[in-house]
Design a protein around this ligand. Structure first.
Ligand SMILES: Cc1cc2nc3c(=O)[nH]c(=O)nc-3n(C[C@H](O)[C@H](O)[C@H](O)COP(=O)(O)OP(=O)(O)OC[C@H]3O[C@@H](n4cnc5c(N)ncnc54)[C@H](O)[C@@H]3O)c2cc1C
Length: 499
């Protein structure tokens, strides 16, 4: 049912496009305003510098976008996105060594951030009442009764034009000016929660070689930090990805908490040589370099808590990085944006007027949805002494966090390989379908972790724990063979492959 004449979306990136899809059925007209020129194809543009880095699309985000734009997954795959089974198709270099590979319940569609946006944009353009206006700078908001209980955002200013709107959606990203415009209009500033663990990303794009040796069976390479104290090369603390994207290309990415990262090609290649396993640098050497080094430091966790504001404006919502931006290591930004857009669509489908009740319940639901990625993102970041922001932990909590987070993560990932229930919950938490707290309280998960810990103590685990990272990751598939006795099948592989 149509609930208003016009919705205006500020910003035409992933969050803005998801928002346009969400509100289109409920307004006569939806206008998306984007500052950049929008390329016809998948290309980088000024307003989205992070597109040079790997972008994981979590399952909950993929599902949410599919809900907003039915056919999205198929379109992404048709455009070159690659649907993989990460636990089988990726080589994981964990703290203790290469993880054994096996088929898992989780799939992921890999593609570049620019491809994801292009597919979304093409789909948004097919909606008859959605207009995307490019090269348009939003320069302010129109308001009425700012700061009062009925205060409302009534439109936006673009160059010398005023666009009246029943709903204004801020999707202008981390640097959005809307919070400052709201304060200038007379609202008090919404409380901001923040935690910046000084994460940096350094990436280069590569063309994969047409022929690859048999030892290069993996599609995605992920290297965890070594998590050791004592002297070691700084590069051992990097979190590294060789991330597959469309066009038989990959993004080589080194990321770290609180460390300087290479800015130039030579330094990047040299740093790659010092990564914990030689496999990363060896893969890069076989590829053709496609780009210079891209470095990003704008990665702090930041949540503008409109839900806590005394009189949050009516006629206005914020989604994507404009309300909550995360440390990107957990791959949550696009998915959280899409989930907020689905909440908006749900609220619109249940409502007949855009009154205070509408906005209050949207903010409540959005807060609950954002709580899940937020808790996950700050849990590890709170362990870093150099982190700054409102959410820094007390010294005791920081020590607990620093001491526990990696070991617990390592235990869960190892146990998940042998215990389908632990695997399922871990995948659900990773994909934002379950909160970390709910998983931590689940008796079956706790029992599974304890059982696995005991197996480790008595050397009774079914799969080899790890393999030497100075060698290639083993290609053996440890997926339990259901046609023969599971024990004997894995036992045979174990003997064959353990090094
Ligand atoms: C290094 C890095 C790695 C990341 N990795 C992942 C990942 O693995 N998975 C994941 O899900 N997320 C990841 N993210 C986060 C992800 O990029 C964002 O959450 C996602 O792109 C959604 O962004 P957005 O649409 O909210 O904002 P943005 O993409 O920042 O877009 C904002 C848009 O607003 C436009 N705009 C700004 N000001 C104006 C104005 N005045 N007038 C008109 N238009 C304007 C800009 O041009 C831009 O198009 C990563 C982020 C970084 C920095």
């Amino acid at each position: 049912m149509v609930i208003g004449r016009r919705a205006v979306v500020l910003g035409g990136s992933v969050a803005g496009l998801c928002a346009a899809g969400a509100v289109a059925p409920y307004f006569d007209e939806v206008i998306v305003l984007e500052r950049d020129s929008l390329p016809a194809d998948a290309e980088h543009r000024r307003g989205v510098p992070q597109s040079k880095h790997p972008h994981f699309m979590l399952n909950s985000g993929r599902r949410a976008i599919e809900q907003l734009f039915p056919g999205f997954e198929a379109a992404l795959i048709a455009a070159g996105g690659r649907k993989l089974n990460p636990s089988l198709d990726a080589a994981y270099c964990e703290a203790v060594g290469w993880a054994p590979r096996k088929s898992g319940s989780m799939t992921m569609v890999y593609g570049s951030r620019i491809l994801i946006e292009r597919v979304l944009r093409d789909m948004a353009r097919t909606l008859a009442n959605v207009t995307i206006r490019e090269n348009v700078v939003v320069s302010g908001i129109e308001t009425a009764g700012a700061g009062t209980a009925d205060g409302r955002v009534t439109g936006v200013r673009v160059q010398d034009e005023v666009l009246a709107a029943d709903l204004v959606i801020d999707a202008m990203g981390r640097g959005s000016s809307v919070p400052a415009w709201l304060v200038a209009a007379g609202w008090s500033e919404a409380p901001v929660r923040s935690l910046d663990a000084k994460v940096a990303y350094s990436s280069m794009w590569y063309q994969l070689p047409p022929e690859r040796p048999a030892s290069w069976w993996w599609q995605h390479l992920a290297i965890m930090p070594n998590q050791k104290k004592g002297a070691h090369p700084e590069e051992h603390d990097y979190l590294v990805n060789f991330f597959p994207i469309e066009g038989d290309r990959a993004i080589a990415c080194m990321g770290a908490w609180g460390l300087e990262l290479p800015k130039k090609t030579d330094a990047f290649v040299e740093a790659a040589e010092r990564i914990r396993t030689p496999v990363f640098a060896a893969a890069m050497k076989q590829c053709e370099q496609l780009s210079e080094v891209h470095l990003t430091r704008s990665t702090g966790n930041k949540w503008r808590r409109y839900d806590l504001a005394v009189d949050a404006p009516l006629g206005f919502v914020a989604i994507g990085d404009a309300i909550c931006a995360f440390n990107p290591f957990y791959g949550q930004g696009m998915s959280s944006a899409a989930r907020s857009a689905v909440i908006l669509a749900d609220r619109l489908s249940e409502s007949t007027v855009l009154d205070r009740g509408f906005f209050r319940s949207f903010l409540d639901r959005q807060r609950k949805s954002l709580d899940v990625p937020w808790m996950l993102a700050i849990a590890r970041d709170q362990g870093y002494e150099h982190a700054t922001g409102t959410e820094i932990a007390s010294p005791l909590r920081r020590r607990i966090s620093a001491a526990l987070v990696w070991p617990v993560f390592n235990l869960i990932t190892a146990a998940a390989r042998e215990d389908d229930v632990v695997e399922d919950h871990f995948a659900r938490v990773f994909n934002l379908d379950e909160s970390m707290t709910d998983m931590a309280k689940n008796p079956r998960v706790l029992a599974g972790l304890l059982r696995y810990k005991l197996k480790l103590m008595f050397g009774r685990e079914k799969m080899p724990r790890s393999f030497d990272i100075q060698l290639d990751p083993p290609a053996t598939d440890y997926t339990p063979d259901t046609t023969v006795g599971r024990k004997s099948a894995t036992g045979t592989r174990k003997k064959a492959m353990a090094r």
